[in-house]
Design a protein around this ligand. Structure first.
Ligand code: GLN
Length: 502
């Protein structure tokens, strides 16, 4: 078939659809075929071809009537942490195997038939309840990194980043509690943005750590992310922490010229802060090299680099790994064999029902976090751990405020290394936790943060492995992140490269 498949990005496909050069149905067929061809990557947990075709036909009909919103008919897939009415939702857990939600998550609803009209092709693999950094904590098997199938795609939105990197869909949704949009984007060479806490509704997003959880898009470019975020975001009265703000057109905001900008220097006047704690001596050379290369490009585009400090960066690991498990232990109490999901066979009594249901339904990482969370919230330890962590969380947020006095955005690596080998960190969860060091601070501060492809490192066995540049912005200043990433993507092609065989 000569019709352009989902290898093109969201903006390009929307143009093809508008020009009538391709139909939504053709795009859906192409995406379905690619999911089949690349099934070995392990990205999909559910695909419903008939459902995708029906949505695509509806999008084509809307377009024929001249009533289609701009993105109608573009294929998308959702992280399996968003509940969907028409496809099962598992959160990567055995606990929710076969679960069908009675409603769609707000993000799914806004992107789907009732909103922007994108066509849902699949639900995507992820770490169980979004806990992890490698997708190896999924009850349904790992996802392989399309750049090197012996490596992890990152996590917890590993299925989303791998599916976009492999060109199965032009974009996917992800969620980010401590880095789960940015880190898999870095490992897979995709562009992903976690907006400010409160921009995307958490309604229908299975809760991990509610004070940190945010949804966002993973796509091939900043432009595509801007288009999707405009459709996904915005106030939702069903989420009590949703930000009460007027709808934002992130695409228009991204393209608005900066004061003093010229065509060759679109970033003139922009001050980019480099926290010295984000460039430790121990940072892998290939990561540091790629990030510095991308920063040089930003300088050529007119930005100025300034030194700043986020002195409590290292503390973000213990702080996050107290607060997130504490909230998780509370959120996951609903999976008890009574209200939702799995129930053990023939319980002797109620205690036996709870114990066996949870022993069977949850995987080891989820159990570990429930135990840590219950411990740090328990009488006698609450003050020593949870309360201290909350105080430090505030100080970490204050450090960003101080840094933003000297700069307009902050840049650094997304992760200390490129994608690691499957199984490499399996026996020691702390090794995984430590690798979250650069993504956790922005999560704890609730700030918008993005991963932008910044080049490649070559592995010892010769594979090209993507490296991500992280950009962190002021509260609700997604536009500056997107504009910076967009300017970079106008003069570089790292984001457009494709893994061999995809
Ligand atoms: N890697 C982090 C964790 O394991 C972040 C996960 C996430 O953002 N969902 O908790």
């Amino acid at each position: 078939m000569s019709a352009p498949g989902p290898v093109l990005g969201v903006a390009a496909l929307a143009r093809e659809l508008a020009a009538g050069r391709v139909s939504a149905l053709e795009l859906a067929e192409a995406a379905l075929a690619r999911f089949e061809t690349h099934a070995a990557l392990g990205t999909a947990l559910a695909v419903d071809a008939e459902l995708a075709r029906a949505q695509a036909r509806a999008a084509d009909a809307r377009r024929a009537r001249g009533e289609a919103p701009p993105l109608a008919g573009v294929p998308i897939a959702h992280k399996d942490i968003f509940v969907t009415r028409d496809l099962p939702t598992t959160a990567g857990s055995r606990m929710l195997q076969g679960y069908l939600s009675p409603f769609d998550a707000t993000v799914v609803e806004r992107l789907g038939a009732g909103g922007a009209g994108l066509v849902t092709v699949a639900k995507l693999n992820c770490d169980e309840f979004a806990m992890g950094s490698s997708n190896e904590n999924s009850a349904y098997g790992p996802v392989l990194n399309p750049w090197d199938r012996s490596r992890v795609p990152g996590g917890s939105s590993g299925g989303s980043a791998a599916a976009v990197a492999a060109g199965l869909v032009p974009a996917a949704t992800g969620t980010d509690t401590g880095g789960s949009i940015r880190q898999p984007s870095s490992f897979c060479g995709t562009t992903g943005i976690k907006p400010t806490y409160g921009v995307c509704s958490r309604w229908g997003m299975i809760a991990f750590a509610s004070s940190l959880d945010q949804a966002g898009p993973i796509a091939r470019s900043a432009e595509d992310c801007a288009l999707l975020l405009s459709a996904m975001g915005g106030f939702d009265e069903r989420d009590s922490t949703s930000a009460e703000r007027a709808p934002v057109d992130y695409h228009a905001a991204m393209l608005a010229p900066r004061e003093g900008a010229t065509p060759s220097r679109p970033l003139a006047g922009l001050r980019i802060g480099l926290p010295r704690e984000f460039f430790p001596a121990a940072l892998a050379d290939d990561v540091a090299g790629a990030v510095r290369g991308a920063l040089r490009e930003l300088e050529v585009l007119g930005a100025t680099l300034v030194d700043v400090s986020l002195p409590r960066t290292e503390l973000s690991i213990p702080v996050y790994y107290i607060i997130a498990p504490a909230e998780a232990s509370s959120n996951l109490s609903r999976f008890d064999g009574v209200k939702f999901g799995h129930r053990c066979a023939d319980p002797a009594d109620l205690t036996d029902l709870y114990e066996r249901t949870r022993a069977e339904g949850f995987g080891p990482e989820v159990k570990r976090r429930i135990m840590i969370g219950t411990y740090v919230l328990s009488h006698g330890y609450y003050d020593a751990y949870y309360l201290q962590a909350q105080k430090l969380r505030r100080m970490i947020a204050d450090d960003f405020q101080a840094a933003f006095r000297d700069c307009d955005l902050i840049a650094g690596p997304v992760a200390p290394t490129v994608a690691w080998k499957l199984g490499e960190k399996g026996s020691d969860p702390v090794q995984s936790y430590l690798a979250d060091i650069f993504t956790l601070p922005a999560s704890l501060a609730g700030l918008p943060a993005m991963s932008v492809p910044a080049g490649f490192a070559r592995s010892a066995d010769g594979a090209e492995l993507p490296v991500g540049l992280q950009l962190v912005g002021r509260s609700f200043d997604e536009a500056t992140l997107l504009a910076t990433a967009h300017a970079l993507q106008q003069v570089t092609d790292w984001h457009a490269r494709r893994p061999a065989g995809c």
